[in-house]
Design a protein around this ligand. Structure first.
Ligand SMILES: Cc1ncc(CN)c(N)n1
Length: 226
């Protein structure tokens, strides 16, 4: 059994909750309230800025040119393909690029990005990959699953989103990170593997919280005006 099989098995109940979340199902069935999607897009844009930074850090921590160049590809793809989808959606939804970048981070966005960056900055390349893997892998799984719902890919509002995350190109990025995770896990002690597993489970939990935050338009409970 590969290390990522073990991770997948452990995280499955959490991932299942994300798949079944009304936000995710609403995208697949085209029934999601557009205000919730707008909120998600803006928060996700902020999240992706830090997610891109993680790939830059991966390139820095990589010890061979192949690893460095694949992280560079992940960085480019995040900044110029995935975030472009957000920019296009924002323009369709009447949000300017300046507004997108000036979005105030919600507590879950801040906590999730902060956790990933903290683990990756003070840890090893294996810690970094364990932190980002649920993001890429679970989105590919969600995209693929939603793409099987009749009409999901053709939906006027959410079809492009489903297409992006179900695409072969996005799947290749997830596959590459899976392979790297298994390579980096080789020779590690059980205690080290358990620590990686905990990071993977934590970002899986944050993934669920991100859907839930977006569905509930959850900002700071302390501020009246957001
Ligand atoms: C919160 C979150 N997690 C993952 C992804 C996929 N890159 C994303 N866009 N947003």
């Amino acid at each position: 059994m590969q290390f990522t099989d073990r991770l997948y098995k452990k995280a499955k109940p959490i991932w299942r909750k994300s798949h079944d979340h009304p936000f995710v199902q609403g995208i697949g069935h085209g029934t999601l309230d557009i205000e919730k999607f707008k909120f998600f897009m803006q928060q996700d844009y902020l999240y992706l800025i830090d997610y891109a930074r993680l790939f830059a850090l991966g390139s820095l921590k990589g010890t061979d040119l192949k690893t460095m160049s694949i992280f560079a590809k992940l960085l480019d793809s995040t900044l110029n393909v995935e975030m472009d989808l957000h920019r296009q959606y924002a323009s369709r939804l009447g949000i300017s690029e300046a507004e997108l970048e000036a979005t105030k981070a919600a507590p879950t966005t801040l906590a999730y990005s902060g956790y990933m960056l903290n683990v990756s900055q003070r840890g090893s390349l294996a810690d970094l990959v364990a932190a980002v893997l649920p993001c890429t892998w679970s989105y590919y799984e969600i995209g693929t699953e939603l793409s099987k719902i009749p009409g999901a890919l053709e939906n006027e509002t959410y079809g492009e989103w489903v297409k992006m995350y179900a695409s072969e190109e996005f799947g290749e990025l997830a596959d590459w990170l899976i392979t790297l995770m298994n390579e980096l896990a080789e020779g590690k002690t059980e205690a080290e593997l358990t620590a990686l597993e905990e990071i993977f489970l934590n970002t899986s939990r944050y993934e669920y919280m991100f859907w839930d935050m977006s569905y509930n338009l959850q900002m700071w409970p302390t501020d009246d005006e957001q």
